[in-house]
Structure formats: C-alpha cells, structure tokens
Design a protein around this ligand. Sequence first.
Ligand code: FES
Length: 167
Amino acid sequence: MSSRIPLTYTKKVLELFRNPKNLGRIENADAEALAGSLACGDMIAIYLKIDESSERILDAKFESYGCAANIATASSLTEMIKGKTLKEAWEVSWKDVSNELGGLPFVKYHCGILAVGALRRAIRAYYTNKSKPNWIPQELTPEEKHAMEEEKLLEILAKKTQRMATS
Ligand code: FES
C-alpha cells in the first residue's frame, strides 16, 4: 500500500484541472513566453493578444506541461487578466491567483509562481523592441527568476542529471 498522503486541492482547483479555461495556443500572439520550473522541471507557455493603443489584453491562453495546480493556476490567471491593461496584469501576484482558487497546498506554491513568472516574461518580451514603461523593473522579479527559459532550464537539468549519474 502506498504511504503517500494525497494533496488537498480545493474544489475550484480540481474543477479547473478537469475543465481548464483558455487552454491552447494563440496563433500570431502579440506576446508569448515559455518558462520552466527548476523546482520540478515542468513547463508552461503563455500567449497574449494585445490591443496596441490601449495596451489591454484581448485574449490570453496557455499550454501547460505541469501538474494540476499549474493547470488550475494558469487557467485562473488567464481568466483574471483578460480585459486588463498590461500594467494591471503585471500587478497580479501568485497569491492573488492562489486566493482566487481558494488556496494551494504549500508544496504547490511554486506551480503558481511559475504561471505568474511566465506571464511577466511574456509582458516583458512584448516591450523588447518598444520603449519600456517605468512600471517594469530593470531587475527580473522573483517570479520571473523562478520561471526560467527553456534553454536555461534544460541546461541546468542536464548538469544535475550528469552530477547524479557520476556520484
Ligand atoms: Fe511542476 Fe506543479 S509540480 S508545475
């Protein structure tokens, strides 16, 4: 018999895991980011359609290769940011999303942080060839640092695997 204790997810997390909203890709997205978590090796992609003049998010979608908590968080986050300006979306914290879901188990906090980090990476990427507004900090936020780029993540995971194989 397994000695693992099942995680206690809220009803909302389970509902969004089974029937996620905004799942999929936006072709010709105005901003997108792929991000991975070093904590678990999972990945997420965020796509945004943006009205250029008002900087309002017209549509938001995601693809998740993560766990139930990540799928539910990304689903909830994309719902929350639709209709918001990029600045308002930037200000949504992983705690806001977690509250929206009725809370996440402690060991799953990083899954929510990954979703918010991916969103901030997408917003930052949107301004790559534009003048960057002053509400985007020069330094990466902790959420963005947590959400690593795919190449960097794979590099670190490969090094870890190599170290484990030789020890
Ligand atoms: Fe990896 Fe949740 S355990 S995203």
